[in-house]
Design a protein around this ligand. Structure first.
Ligand SMILES: CC(=O)SCCNC(=O)CCNC(=O)[C@H](O)C(C)(C)COP(=O)(O)OP(=O)(O)OC[C@H]1O[C@@H](n2cnc3c(N)ncnc32)[C@H](O)[C@@H]1OP(=O)(O)O
Ligand SMILES: CC(C)C(=O)C(=O)O
Ligand SMILES: [Mg+2]
Length: 519
């Protein structure tokens, strides 16, 4: 048996079924090209008979993708298969994927047919697909709840009819790993022509077992895994591509199995899918969550600083993330504080570690995460002084609406001066930010992240804005809270500006100290 596991991506088909808003043809193509770069073997681009838009996007993807097989899904009906054949025929390599449910629950309640009818429809569908291509996949929908004798009979029949891949879906995520692995094992033991097809699996995550079940299937001989980026898909989603790929890569020594996935493309692809699909990734999601390579507690941070593999089983670089993050929290210890200060350019002789650590703990207990600037400020300032803000908001007027150009007038007290500026923008927050940036007289400040949240419930909830900016190589974090979204955004930026002002003062003090020391 081959040790190559094919990765069949169904982000654009099963994943797309569960999106909050539909994707345009252009967005689908963008995702398909990212999947091609990632190295997936098969891209399931859509369900061509379902709508003219889906037909068009499958056709467009079939035309543009060169280094992966493009597949389309169809029911076991001639018209569906014809639509697939038509949409895909422009491709260099294409696959028709046809399916019908095989469990008693689906056959009698949904399809309202007999088991005999279903075998006949399946065989006829595979033969019909043969008019267009030799690359035919057949799926036994709800195989996880199908009687094993009937499943064996169906698999044998569709392989005889010409299916080159037979997919065994756990459509409703019902099975457990031992059980699902057992189904695959029985198919290999009982279906006489099983060696004529690739056995594929397609697991859903209703009980959180999609990846574990797919792995159990691979352990028992499946050599294609159907999955989606970030695990998106119907209900609780599908097997997550990045997880199954990284399991096989990280545990290569145990499984001796390979995929064609270029794991360094994982992070970038995950971000693209999350953004275009408007599906945020939970921070603790394996491989691609923002916390997946972050360490927050002192013992872990100390370990990782001494040897990365103490708490990292794969490197962030291997999935395309620059480096890990060591979050400074009240659970952090002295090692990481020393390390971060060293990264920020301070020598141990510049500070008293015990004093800084005590001040840091107090701040972290109050604030949660402590950012670079906060830490530096502990070296230079008494925390109380932070409240004497250099930048203060004295007036804000913003307008927005349908068919008007958003604009904002902002007035700030900057030191002893009052400065007013008006700008237009893409929205009222953008206009306000432009007005403030114009007042600064430099463009060293870049907003790299802007998050809006609500505190409380209902329309009168408080708006909470969290902004991360980069300024002269350092990251600054600001938060703003107000009943008005624009005001909250402006407050968050002013919070940052006050910290950048203090950071500039720190730099000046450092230069003076260096001059005195003759450095
Ligand atoms: C497990 C999965 O993810 S399967 C894929 C699910 N994806 C989708 O459904 C997205 C695309 N679907 C669609 O656009 C539409 O449902 C269409 C175009 C396919 C069909 O639309 P409609 O003709 O209006 O039918 P509707 O969706 O309401 O019902 C499905 C029909 O297909 C039948 N059917 C379901 N699966 C199959 C199958 N594999 N083969 C043949 N017939 C099937 C159902 O029994 C039902 O038939 P009935 O009308 O005789 O009762
Ligand atoms: C169409 C099939 C493969 C499917 O999505 C499922 O059974 O979950
Ligand atoms: Mg599915």
């Amino acid at each position: 048996m081959t040790n190559q596991v094919k990765i069949f991506d169904t982000t654009l088909r099963d994943g797309e079924q569960a999106l909050p808003a539909s994707l345009s043809v252009k967005e689908k193509l963008q995702i398909a090209l990212a999947l091609e770069r990632l190295g997936v073997d098969i891209i399931e681009a859509g369900f061509p008979v379902s709508s003219p838009g889906d037909f068009k996007s499958v056709q467009m993807i079939a035309k543009e993708v060169k280094n992966a097989t493009v597949a389309g899904l169809s029911r076991a009906l001639p018209a569906d298969i014809d639509a697939c054949g038509e949409a895909l025929k422009v491709a260099d390599q294409f696959r028709i994927h046809t399916f019908i449910a095989t469990s008693d629950i689906h056959v009698s309640n949904k399809l309202k047919k007999t088991q005999e009818d279903i075998v006949e429809m399946a065989v006829a569908a595979v033969k019909h697909a043969g008019r267009y291509t030799n690359d035919i996949e057949f799926s036994c929908e709800d195989a996880g709840r199908t009687h094993i004798d009937y499943l064996c009979r169906m698999v044998e029949a569709v392989i005889n009819a010409g299916a080159t891949t037979v997919n065994i879906p756990d459509t409703v995520g019902y099975t457990t790993p031992t059980e699902f692995g057992g189904i695959i094992k029985q198919l290999f033991n009982r279906v006489p022509n099983i060696d004529k097809a690739t056995i594929s699996v397609h697991c859903h995550n209703d009980l959180g077992l999609a990846v574990a079940n797919s792995l159990a299937a691979v352990e028992n001989g499946a050599r294609q895994v159907e999955c989606t980026i970030n695990g998106i898909g119907e209900r609780a989603g599908n097997c997550s591509l990045e997880e199954i790929a990284m399991i096989l890569q990280t545990r290569q020594a145990m499984y001796d199995l390979n995929t064609n996935i270029n794991s360094k493309e994982i992070s970038r692809t995950s971000k693209l899918v999350s953004q275009l699909c408007n599906m945020p990734v939970q921070s603790n999601k394996a491989i691609v969550g923002s916390n997946a390579f972050s360490h927050s507690s002192g013992i872990h941070q100390d370990g990782v600083l001494k040897a990365q593999n103490t708490y990292e089983i794969m490197t962030p670089e291997s999935v395309g993330i620059n480096k890990n993050h060591l979050n400074l929290t009240s659970r952090s210890g002295r090692h990481v504080i020393k390390h971060r200060l060293h990264e920020l350019g301070y020598k141990e002789s510049d500070y008293d570690l015990e004093a800084i650590y005590a001040a840091f703990l107090k701040l972290a207990d109050k604030k949660g995460q402590v950012y670079d600037y906060d830490l530096e400020a502990l070296l230079f300032f008494d925390q109380q002084k932070h409240d004497q803000a250099y930048y203060q908001l004295t007036y804000l007027h913003a307008t927005s609406g349908k068919e008007i150009i958003p604009s904002a007038t902002v007035q700030l007290k900057i030191g002893d001066d009052i400065v007013t500026r008006s700008e237009t923008g893409n929205g009222p927050v953008d206009a306000s930010y432009k007005a403030i940036m114009a007042m600064l007289g430099h463009n060293d400040l870049e907003v790299v992240d802007f998050k809006l949240d609500s505190k409380g419930e209902g329309a009168d909830a408080l708006a909470s804005v969290s902004v991360i900016t980069e300024y002269k190589g350092r990251r600054f974090h600001g938060i703003g809270l107000a009943t008005d979204i624009v005001e909250a955004g402006v407050k968050a930026l002013i919070f940052v500006l006050n910290n950048t002002y203090l950071a500039d003062q720190i730099d000046q003090q450092k230069h003076q100290q260096d001059r005195v020391a003759g450095v």
